[in-house]
Design a protein around this ligand. Sequence first.
Ligand SMILES: Nc1ncnc2c1ncn2[C@@H]1O[C@H](COP(=O)(O)OP(=O)(O)O)[C@@H](O)[C@H]1O
Ligand SMILES: [Mg+2]
Length: 253
Amino acid sequence: MATVVDIAGLAIGFDNGPPVLADFTASLEARSFTAIVGPSGVGKSTLLRVIAGLLAPREGTVSAPFEPDPGRRPFALVFQEARLLPWRSILGNVLFGLERLHLSAGERRHRAFEVLELVGLADYAHRWPYQLSGGQRQRINLARALAVHPALLLLDEPFSALDAITRHTLQGELLRLWHATHTTILFVTHDLDEAVYLADRVIVLGGQPGARIIRDFLVPLARPRDRGSVGFADHVHQLRSALSDIMAGGEGI
Ligand SMILES: Nc1ncnc2c1ncn2[C@@H]1O[C@H](COP(=O)(O)OP(=O)(O)O)[C@@H](O)[C@H]1O
Ligand SMILES: [Mg+2]
């Protein structure tokens, strides 16, 4: 399988402070779904910002053999809260991220409707953010990220503010979108059940300050996954054990 992003020897810190991450090395395969879990404050969000190029690392490299393409962006980052612009319609919000690409107005509109269709909210194009539920807002957030056809989609606890039922629905939606768009995903979560439900691979971070990769699991369970199965519970249990080893070192999750 082709590698989409090669992350080698990343060390990350702020100003002259202690390192947040001491060493992070991973290759992400094309079309893979990788989850990153770890205690709160371990540096998960910071890692995504470095990978997206929003923050420079102290050491190490993020290399992505992307073909330069004026109609795509290499990365799109989705946060926990939808951060929609309240003064723009839903369509306007999706178009906003497309304005920096070299596309004609017609192409931008076509792309925007394509992704709204994909998340099942094309009928909401002319509504306003305040008229949407939390789950719908997060769907728009995903649509906005997918609209730029990112080579790597980075998601930072995107469903953690949602109620359990909506969260489960959106997890299913995300898997459908992943298949439909052939995108590569790096997904940060502190929810172990969510990591095992979604990902092919789970990377556990721990050890502050100066966190590193504590475990790197594959999740070879068939899809669609059954949360009630023994195999599923076994994977969640393995993750929980890895994390309780970290927490025995005095860290909270
Ligand atoms: N802009 C910043 N300046 C200084 N320290 C920061 C900044 N952003 C994050 N940190 C620190 O980096 C560490 C990791 O934060 P973060 O990546 O948000 O953790 P996580 O997402 O795993 O909860 C924390 O100790 C946090 O206080
Ligand atoms: Mg975070």
